[in-house]
Design a protein around this ligand. Structure first.
Ligand code: UFG
Length: 329
């Protein structure tokens, strides 16, 4: 298929683009490079620098003709979304509305969307089923939920076939593609920055949660397993339907377990400092992953934390300053 990948210069979009190319698809990445990296766009993919908030540029790019789109372009920092919600409503919601308009005008009938566990908010029950109430606790989650609802309406009204994947905690790297955010807020990259001596220590945000070791529990999923799910979702898109799947392994690991895994992988001490809870962090987020396994046949190949941390460590060592200074692909 010929596929448009919005946000394909980012962590997740670039690795999905790489897998799509490996599977024989033709890929064009559309990215405004506000958070992504030109060097992350994989070899073999076309590249258009354009913004979803620029409808003429978007329409021109989409008019080239595509069989489907995978939509990653978004802002995704919870803290930033609380401080500047307008950025999230504009980029994530208005940007996606523009994309849906462009896809409809060009007759593109297939869409895979990056949704998030943040659409559920504080779960009443874990593991979290797709039928759980959606009560986001920050503007980031609210903006992604609004997009899910908008996509559902588009499918019912105009026949689009769409799949939303609600990611839990994505981790690891894939060869020369990995995670490089500014600022970096995620646990595993920060643990590895402490291992590399790029920061003094890693902070543990909250040690008094009602969890086995008092630290927060998350469902980490390897980026390559997450990417594979997108190829299955593309095949699973059915005209007029909006399908929603959680995407996690169904296993939880605490912050302390992640740090121990990193110590084992790196052989380094990794200094830690206990700190207060980070506002808005739920104690436990674990996916019920049965639906995507049963309906799309997804199976993780790298569910072990050691593989995720090991691949992230290989990327961090090869790119100690992220993509800065890396040659453009
Ligand atoms: N944490 C630390 N120290 C750090 C960084 C994180 O202790 O330096 C803790 C956090 O407090 C949290 C856990 O590690 O308890 C995981 O934090 P991350 O920032 O890695 O990931 P989150 O679970 O906060 O966020 C992820 C996605 C978001 C999404 C959210 C859904 O990255 O995009 O899940 O709730 F919104």
């Amino acid at each position: 298929m010929r596929l448009l990948v919005t946000g394909g210069a980012g962590y997740i979009g670039s690795i999905v683009a790489q897998q799509l190319l490996a599977a024989g698809h033709e890929v064009v990445v559309l990215d405004n490079l506000s958070r992504g990296h030109r060097a992350a766009v994989p070899d073999g993919a076309g590249f258009v620098e354009a913004d979803l908030l620029d409808p003429p540029a978007l329409a021109a790019a989409v008019a080239e003709g595509f069989d489907g789109a995978l939509h990653f372009a978004a802002l995704s920092l919870v803290g930033e979304s609380v401080a500047r919600p307008e950025l999230y409503w504009r980029n994530n919601v208005a940007g996606t509305l523009n994309l849906l308009d462009a896809l409809r005008a060009a007759g593109v009938g297939r869409l895979v969307f990056s949704s998030t566990a943040a659409t559920y908010g504080e779960p009443e029950q874990v593991p979290i089923e797709e039928t759980a109430p959606t009560r986001p606790v920050n503007p980031y989650g609210a903006s992604k939920l609004a997009v899910d609802q908008m996509i559902g309406d588009e499918c019912r009204a105009h026949g689009l076939g769409a799949v939303s994947l609600r990611y839990f905690n994505v981790a690891g790297a894939s060869g020369c593609l990995g995670e490089d955010h500014q600022p970096e807020t995620h646990l595993i990259p920060n643990v590895l920055r402490a291992a590399l001596g790029r920061q003094e220590c890693v902070q543990i945000f909250g040690t008094d949660y009602a969890t086995p070791d008092g630290t927060a529990v998350r469902d980490y999923i390897h980026i390559e397993d997450l990417a594979t799910a997108h190829l299955l979702a593309l095949d699973g898109a059915r005209g007029g339907e909006h399908r929603i799947f959680n995407l996690g392994n169904g296993n939880g690991f605490s912050v302390r377990e992640v740090i121990e895994a990193a110590r084992a992988v790196t052989g380094l001490e990794i200094p830690v400092r206990e700190a207060p809870r980070r506002p808005g962090d739920p104690p436990i987020l674990v996916a019920a992953s049965g639906k995507i396994r049963a309906e799309l046949g997804w199976e993780p190949r790298k569910p072990a934390l050691a593989d995720m941390v090991g691949d992230a460590w290989a990327f961090a060592q090869a790119h100690p300053h992220g993509y800065a200074g890396a040659p453009a692909a």
